[in-house]
Write a protein that binds this ligand. Sequence first.
Ligand code: 13P
Length: 253
Amino acid sequence: MKRKYIIAGNWKMFKTRSEAIYFLLQVQDKLPSSELVDSVVCAQAPLLRDLVKRQGDNLKIGAQNVHFADSGAYTGEVSAVLLAELGVSYVVIGHSERRAMFNETDESVNKKIKQSLAYSLKPIVCVGESLEIREAGNTNEFVSNQVEKAIEGLSKEEVKDLVFAYEPIWAIGTGKTATPAMAEDTCKVIREKIGSLYDEETKEAVRIQYGGSVKPDNIDDLLSMEDIDGALIGGASLNPDNFLYMVNAALRH
Ligand code: 13P
């Protein structure tokens, strides 16, 4: 089964409003149609309204976090209701930076996925191990467990539409990319896990990105792997030419 590639930029806490709009103006007319590849940029919450106005068939906008409640006394949080009202398409859930610095847990990730789906936001669910876990030989078990907990209670139809991002923590922002073979091995483990929890159809449908120091000169090797259906890109996605190059890379595979 040929799955459509999804190339997403995670801008993290970078870009001012004018820089973000400039980026969109640079790439807007050059990105390929969503019939060929899904292109996404995930930006800081206050930028979303301006970016969504410029969202087109060839570029969708994502948030970087969402709360699991409809509304309430949660100072500083952003609701799925509001993201949906703004017209946001995707939401990154469970990024390792949020797990490490903002108390994100497997349980909150699961609730956030359910909340996002209830408002038709497409979750990009991040999983990945630390260097310590990899060196101890526990990567497969750790990542499989994160996946299982993230999707607990979800129907097959819901899981088929999810995007997973396998992001080894030791490769994020370090310039140390997992080798394509290493990235492929863990993405396959994720796919097999989904197959064992659901069925063959779900396993083949779900899209799995790799993230961690992806850049123009390594994206081709990563995308050539069988179980890697795209990339979640931090630093290298901030530059419009690099972003365009990496989206176009998907067309070559
Ligand atoms: P870098 O591409 O900067 O390593 O970041 C990866 C990442 O965390 C994307 O979510």
